[in-house]
Design a protein around this ligand. Structure first.
Ligand code: ADE
Length: 419
């Protein structure tokens, strides 16, 4: 089997960690057991471009159990867990192409390697794979019948492609499932982002001022968890509705120009570019820490910004780079402005990825079955599947709900009963 990983000798450690994550992925496990029996993906070639983590490994095992032939590359140069990649090759038969810290050329060589496997299904996180299939590797496009997309940023790119009439096959926006973005984006990003910052810096969050740029689902989670650790949280927004929401959630809301001199820690989660620019870096306090938890490393203006502005730069801890500014102050950028939760920590915990990846597995099965009737556009997973994932998850967490009585059901369906 073709592969490119750091070192296959890491596989034993990777396998133990994959099985550890699996303990907290009961919904995905139940799907895997059914896939094992029913083989809904028999003989289907899947190319996945996802963060190569223990949780992703359990998704890959599920696809393999369903009968798929799977090739996997990283969706970010810094998010790969090398031991997980080794185990995927050695223990689970997944053709994996991912090495933590790979450069830009290697990243694209690995994307090309999964396209070489002639996929019928693509599974993307950020839409780099889809984008490659519609640009440099167009010859492989006719072989693809359907795809899935994990993240908000990818869904935005794909909707833009569909709107321009260039999307070559139907794709399910896994991100748009309720059991994905309500939980993964909010509780997953919230916890794992602060985990990444703390692992990288060992800073005390309590009592510090944390500036969170963006109050979407991810921003809400980051702001909530920073407050939970005792930080004073300032939110920046461009959308007035989200800004009011942040205010009514109890946060201070200001433009970045006003937030810049106040923050001890800056976290961008906007999905947009150049949210923190030179004028902001220059206004920051001595010792300010700056990082990003949005999908792409464009939220901080580093190229064409800080990298040119700084008098010097040096790595002072793993993935912590110090920049000396012309005003004599030093600021610290984490993980080259890449996803801090995956580069400096392990990404979202398995407990929440369980629902995200249950959606991925069921979406792959569903879109394969229903592809004929679907246009070449972006679709959402049917609500029954989404709710079923929630129902199973709730049960596995040891909770139960009430059930509507017949009288209540009739009341909800009626219009005669009123005042
Ligand atoms: N995205 C965020 N956290 C992740 C994880 N643990 N695995 C895969 N993708 C992720």
């Amino acid at each position: 089997m073709r592969h490119d990983v750091k070192d296959l000798a890491l596989a034993a450690r990777g396998k133990a960690r994959i099985l550890w994550a699996d303990r907290n992925m009961p919904v995905l496990r139940a799907i895997r057991e059914r896939f094992e029996r029913e083989k809904p993906l028999k003989g289907v070639r899947v190319a996945a471009c996802l963060h190569v983590t223990t949780e992703t490994a359990n998704l890959m095992r599920t696809l393999v159990a369903g009968g798929a032939q799977v090739a996997l590359c990283a969706s970010n140069p810094l998010s790969t867990q090398d031991e997980t990649a080794a185990s995927l090759v050695q223990d689970w038969g997944v053709a994996t192409f991912a090495v933590k810290g790979e450069d830009h050329d290697t990243y694209y060589r690995h994307l090309n390697a999964v396209v070489d496997e002639k996929p019928a299904i693509t599974m993307d996180d950020g839409a780099d794979l889809v984008s490659l299939l519609h640009s440099g590797r167009k010859e492989a496009l006719p072989g693809v019948v359907a795809g899935t997309e994990e993240t908000t940023t990818g869904v935005i790119r794909l909707r833009a492609m569909a709107q321009h009439g260039v999307l070559g096959y139907p794709i399910i926006a896994v991100n748009d499932a309720m059991t994905k973005h309500f939980f993964d984006n909010r509780y997953g990003t919230g916890q794992s982002t602060l985990d990444g910052v703390v692992r990288a810096t060992n800073m005390l969050v309590g009592g510090s001022t944390v500036v969170v740029a963006g109050y979407g689902w991810c921003g809400k989670g980051v702001a909530m968890r920073a407050r939970g650790l005792g930080a004073h949280v300032v939110v920046t927004e461009v959308d007035p509705v989200k800004a009011i929401e942040a205010v009514m959630d109890g946060f201070d809301v200001r433009p970045m120009a006003e937030a810049a001199p106040r923050g001890d820690l800056f976290i961008t989660v906007t999905g947009n570019k150049h949210v923190i620019r030179n004028e902001h870096f220059l206004a920051m306090k001595e010792g300010a820490i700056v990082c990003n938890s949005g999908h792409f490393n464009v939220e901080l203006q580093l190229e064409g910004g800080l990298y040119g502005l700084a008098r010097s730069r040096q790595e002072v801890r793993d993935l912590v780079e110090e920049f000396l500014l012309p005003n004599g102050r030093r600021i610290y950028v984490l993980a080259d402005g890449r996803l801090v939760n995956l580069a400096c920590a392990e990404g979202h915990p398995a407990m929440v990825m369980d629902m995200s990846f249950a959606n991925q597995a069921l979406s792959a099965e569903w879109i394969l079955k229903h592809r004929e009737g679907l246009g070449r556009t972006v679709h959402v997973i049917p609500e029954e599947l989404d709710r079923e994932i929630a129902r199973i998850k709730l049960g596995t967490m040891g909770y139960a709900m009430d059930v509507l009585t017949d009288e209540q059901r009739a009341y909800l369906a009626s219009w005669q009963e009123g005042t």
